[in-house]
Design a protein around this ligand. Structure first.
Ligand code: ATP
Ligand code: MG
Length: 567
């Protein structure tokens, strides 16, 4: 094993995290010539934003120190792994902007080498075939305070072990009939060293090796050796692997591996109101609680992408996290903030009415319309402008009107004059209701002298509303998303409760009657736009010709903060 970096070296660059400090020290001391890291996903599901932390760390560290980062699929469990996930994971990395170049690997590429290393351990008396069942092995493993008990098969001869192991490979035994275990120490204080299982029998079709194997190494036996084969220098993983490091090191010491990687553990990303565990995310998908792995409410990278969250927002959010050893929970507001920050400078401003209320401008000539100039981004002249049609019949937002407004409501109400954005001042003259007494239309007048939105006599209005011309409007479905959970820590359940009880019943609101300005008919899928005063949206792949579906990426302001203050 390489030496542990001297602590004074580890702090060379102020503010640097412990991993970068260790790498810097290894390079300075000549322990490492070229930094090699890897991102090792198991292709048993789609990646979530927690994985983005590991991806960004591995790829950024390699780039910063002139090294390289491998993508390695940890495909040792054919029962749960699928090609769909392999393809999805690659697409996610590419979307985030990371490139593994030619360094794409699979643990299954090393099955033959790993097998021969298992034989090496057996020959050296460091591994044995155990006939105990998984249950019996568990029962004899002991606890944190009590030592384990030796298996009655522990002292088999190397010859007998070799014979059994080769017959396990040959397919002579059923799943679970026998396992290969390392012979370390059943009394070790570290349970991972109590003769850990290295190989199990699994008669299953593998996406890559197909039916060649019915014997598969587990994570612990595969990981360090794969790192060594690829000459990985710094094997970065999350803290739950810390207790596995002694086994990682033990295997490298007992095998004739070509290199000596070192494992470093950092704290996982956890986010409030979110679950970041493939197992739980799969439960949401399989249970039909969401529409799929790419449901825009999911914290998966495919979900965030479909929602319209830019990769830049995710990278910025991740870059602000500390890389340390203390488990913490990051507030989801930090991700929301990064999302707004990424969208604000670039998303063009357009007009869309979510819940339309028709208004008729009685003094505007019937059958006529005109085109008005509208800035694409009021804070960015370079974004240019477009023309928006205006006519006698328009839509405004239902909640921009109140028949009996409280003192501080300055938007439309009977007799009140307001500005229509980029257009004219209008005054509400009459309220039309249906038989149920609901407001269904407003009658208004406009002041032709206020074209462009300013009065020549200098008179002011206190509200500016967005609007859409009825004759030109594009009908759209809008999907308004909110947090998938209404509890800050959904995965943590009290006794007698189910974590699914934390699902937010109002996490999706579908609006089918939205009216959008005509330029939105050509919005490109996945490209974020801002509906003025409403939020950021992007076209969802569910759109059909002439009937777009928009996802709300995020509202303009944090409505939860407001609700919390009120409550
Ligand atoms: P999960 O625990 O969500 O099921 P996993 O750890 O089983 O994920 P892997 O595909 O094995 O998923 O993980 C690949 C890499 O991503 C590992 O190195 C792991 O340490 C890292 N990783 C997984 N979840 C997180 C997280 N929340 N924060 C940071 N890194 C993570
Ligand atoms: Mg895991």
């Amino acid at each position: 094993m390489s030496d542990i970096p001297a602590p004074e070296k580890a702090n060379e660059t102020a503010g640097e995290d412990f991993i970068r400090a260790a790498i810097r020290a290894d390079l300075a001391a000549g322990r490492v010539a070229r930094v090699v890291t890897r991102f090792p996903p198991e292709p048993n599901g789609y990646l979530h934003i927690g994985h983005a932390k590991a991806i960004a760390l591995n790829f950024s560290v390699a780039a910063e120190f002139g090294g390289r980062c491998h993508l390695r699929f940890d495909d040792t469990n054919p029962a749960k792994e699928e090609q769909e996930y392999i393809d999805g994971i690659k697409a996610d990395l590419t979307w985030l902007g990371f490139d593994w170049g030619t360094h794409l690997y699979h643990t299954s590429d090393y099955f033959e080498q790993l097998y021969s290393w298992a034989v090496h351990l057996i020959e050296a008396g460091d591994a044995y075939v155990d006939d105990l069942s998984a249950e019996e092995i568990r029962a004899r493993r002991g606890t944190l305070t009590a030592p384990g008990t030796d298996s009655p098969f522990r002292d088999r001869t190397a010859a007998e072990n070799l014979d059994l192991f080769s017959r396990m490979r040959a397919g002579e035994f059923e799943n679970g009939a026998r396992v290969l275990r390392a012979k370390i120490d059943m009394t070790s204080g570290n349970i991972n060293l109590r003769d850990p299982v290295l190989y199990r029998i699994l008669h299953a079709h593998h996406p890559r090796t197909e039916d060649k194997w019915c014997l598969y190494p587990n994570y612990d036996f595969a990981h360090g050796q794969s790192d060594a084969i690829e000459a990985v220098t710094h094997s970065l993983c999350s803290l739950e692997f810390e207790a596995h490091r002694p086994l990682y090191d033990w295997l490298l010491e007992h095998l004739p591996v070509p290199a000596n990687p070192r494992q470093y553990e950092f704290s996982r990303l956890n986010i409030t109101y979110t679950v970041l565990s493939k197992r739980l995310l799969r439960e949401l998908v399989d249970g039909g609680h969401v529409a799929g792995w790419d449901d825009p409410r999911m914290p998966t990278l495919v979900g965030l992408r479909r929602r319209g969250v830019p990769a830049a927002a995710i990278l910025e959010f991740i870059a602000r996290l500390s890389v340390g050893k203390t488990e913490g929970v990051v507030e989801v507001e930090a991700l929301e903030h990064a999302t707004r920050d990424a969208l604000n400078p670039t998303a063009p401003r357009l007009m869309g009415v979510l819940r339309p209320l028709k208004i008729v401008i009685e003094n505007y000539p019937e059958g006529e319309s005109e085109l008005l100039d509208a800035a694409n981004h009021p804070q960015d002249e370079a974004a240019g402008s477009r023309q928006v049609p205006f006519g006698r019949e328009l839509y405004v937002e239902q909640d921009d009107f109140m028949e009996d407004p409280p003192r501080k409501f300055f938007r439309l109400s009977p007799g009140r004059e307001v500005r229509l954005r980029y257009a004219y001042f209008v005054t509400c003259t009459e309220v039309i209701k249906n038989e149920q007494g609901e407001v269904i239309e407003l009658r208004c007048t406009y002041d032709p002298a206020t074209k462009g939105g300013n009065a020549p006599d200098g008179r002011k209005v206190k509200a500016t509303l967005h609007w859409v011309s009825a004759a030109h409007a594009v009908d759209a479905e809008l999907r308004l998303y909110d947090r998938l959970f209404d509890q800050p820590n959904p995965a943590k359940v009290e006794e007698g409760q189910n974590w699914l009880d934390s699902l937010n019943a109002a996490s999706l609101e579908t609006l089918t009657g939205a009216k959008l300005e005509p330029s939105l008919a050509d919005a490109a899928p996945g490209v974020p736009v801002q509906f003025e005063r409403q939020g950021y949206f992007c076209v969802d792949p569910d759109s059909a010709a002439g009937k777009p579906v928009f996802n709300r990426i995020i509202s303009l302001r944090d409505s939860w903060a407001k609700a919390a203050k009120k409550g």
